[in-house]
Design a protein around this ligand. Structure first.
Ligand code: NAP
Length: 255
């Protein structure tokens, strides 16, 4: 049976790449496309809507969301409430929003996925970082993205820090009497470690996790050079969520 997919944010960088991915998979079928400002009514026979409420008459199994942090929570909630499984790549969710959406999905018995990163290499960096943090409590995360990215730090950096926190012995890093002569110079603080966000044209999505210890260092780095790197994970998410009865946070739960 074909899985019918709605793509919200279909005109964006990630959304348009997801449209191509769905069109190239014979097991998937586009059901509707959403963009708030477009005047198009259809694209290649697929209905286009400006508002999420307009898709209610459309038969759909999965809601793929690559929009903006401001609307992604409401979109995900809307999808679950209407028995459509969300596969969400949009970043910027708070911990409270994620746990609220997980609770809602469980009460409705609807599968779903919120993944701050759909690239397999990025998932592996997070896993390796969590292991390394057992031995190296001194760590800084540097995430690097294109300069159109709206939120900072990246969802991947936050998720990496959360995973590290589970294995790392708490430590407030840096000198006790450290002073920032320019505010923000030491980056954002998360559980005593630091996260730095770089924004430059030409970049796509990159992350380094740097560990330091006496006389040695360990650097883990992942690079997404092209948005196509995320599509294997989105495809896998679409195919798995339809058989789940809860929303999960992180692609690693489906691998
Ligand atoms: P983008 O190119 O700016 O695309 C976002 C699209 O959403 C834009 O076309 C925007 O339209 C549209 N939009 C705004 N409000 C909307 C609404 N209410 N309903 C539907 N569409 C709406 O950004 P992007 O680079 O594709 O990234 C999208 C999101 O994915 C970001 O949060 C980014 O951090 C995340 N991301 C995740 C992964 C991952 O692996 N999980 C990878 C890369 C990026 P306008 O431009 O007209 O406002």
């Amino acid at each position: 049976m074909m899985i019918k997919v709605i793509i919200s944010g279909f005109k964006g960088r990630m959304g348009s790449t997801a449209v191509d991915m769905v069109n190239n998979d014979p097991e998937l079928e586009l059901a509707a496309l959403i963009d708030p400002y477009t005047t198009e009514k259809e694209v290649d026979g697929i209905p286009v809507f400006n508002d999420k409420a307009d898709v209610l008459g459309v038969a759909a199994d999965v809601w793929v969301d690559f929009t903006i942090p401001d609307v992604a929570y409401a979109n995900t909630k809307f999808a679950i409430e209407h028995n459509i499984c969300p596969v969400v790549g949009t970043t910027g969710f708070t911990e409270a929003q994620i746990s609220e959406l997980i609770d809602l999905s469980q009460s409705k018995k609807i599968g779903g996925l919120i993944a701050p990163n759909f690239a397999i290499g990025a998932i592996l960096v997070m896993e390796f970082a969590q292991k390394a943090a057992q031995y190296f409590p001194d760590v800084e995360i540097i995430e690097l993205h294109h300069d159109k990215k709206k939120d900072a730090p990246s969802g991947t950096a936050v998720k990496t820090a959360e995973l590290i926190k589970e294995t790392r012995t708490y430590k407030k890093q840096g000198a006790a009497d450290e002073v920032e002569t320019l505010p923000g110079a030491r980056g954002a603080e998360f559980d005593g470690m630091r996260i730095h966000s770089v924004r430059l044209p030409g970049l796509v999505a990159h992350q380094e996790v740097i560990f330091g210890a006496n006389g040695e260092g360990l650097t883990l780095r992942h690079d997404s050079y092209d948005r196509v790197s995320f599509m294997g994970g989105v495809n896998l998410g679409i195919k798995k969520v339809v058989n789940l009865d809860t929303l999960v946070y992180g692609l690693e739960h489906l691998l």
